[in-house]
Design a protein around this ligand. Structure first.
Ligand code: ATP
Length: 205
């Protein structure tokens, strides 16, 4: 079983994430891709992040029609910062024989040295870096120590210059996010007043 593990904040999930997962699934013949939203990113400000249950709900809505894609609450349930190495070890305990591929964009791989236990990470899973607009894959590859670079597979994908940061800003400015996120995600964001200062966000619907 070839399993893709796609960690991120997904606040919100968007078509850049979904296309990355689909390109990787196809090019590396993955059986499943598990989207794993973090509880607290070691790299982001916790107070600004939408509650995990809501981010899970949006992912679930985004992947509901894809039999290869699933959502995992393993990081959202674990208190404190979400380190990829802890997640890979937890998933390995559940699935001792699977081949693990950790999905990222080139911007994330560029910063691998700042992750917790990077050497152990590279042993636990092969890394996949999908090309994200704004980063040059060759530069990212050349900046990695050679024994890491050989564990990273670079994936070409149509450049989708979409970021969750930009989507949140658009919603706050009452601008459209249509065709940047799946329709069901857009509806959920608008119905629940996410990313807008106008509506309460406490009740999960
Ligand atoms: P934010 O703008 O809030 O930082 P983001 O859009 O970068 O969020 P994350 O949840 O932080 O989304 O990203 C998770 C992973 O997906 C990262 O490895 C990132 O490199 C990758 N990724 C995100 N957006 C794209 C995109 N448009 N193209 C390719 N990879 C992407």
């Amino acid at each position: 079983m070839r399993i893709g593990i796609f960690g991120g904040t997904f606040d919100p999930i968007h078509l850049g994430h979904l296309r990355l997962a689909e390109e990787t699934r196809e090019q590396l013949q993955l059986d499943r891709v598990l989207f794993v939203p973090n509880n607290v990113s070691p790299f982001k400000d916790e107070a600004m992040v939408t509650p995990g249950e809501r981010r899970i709900e949006m992912i679930w809505r985004a992947v509901a029609d894809n039999p290869h894609f699933e959502v995992s609450a393993v990081e959202v349930r674990r208190p404190g910062p979400s380190y990829a190495i802890d997640t890979l070890r937890a998933l390995r305990a559940e699935c001792p024989v699977g081949d693990f591929f950790f999905l990222t964009g080139t911007d994330a791989v560029r910063d691998l040295a700042g992750w917790r236990e990077p050497e152990a990470l590279m042993r636990e899973a092969r890394f996949v870096a999908a090309c994200r607009p704004g980063t040059e894959p060759d530069e990212v590859r050349n900046a990695l120590p050679p024994h890491w670079a050989e564990r990273v597979t670079f994936i070409a994908m149509p450049g989708l210059d979409i970021s969750a940061t930009d989507l949140r800003a658009r919603v706050r400015a009452r601008r459209s996010i249509t065709y940047l996120v799946p329709r069901a995600v857009e509806e959920y964001i608008l119905a629940n007043g996410l990313y807008s200062d106008r509506a309460p966000q406490e009740d999960i619907s």
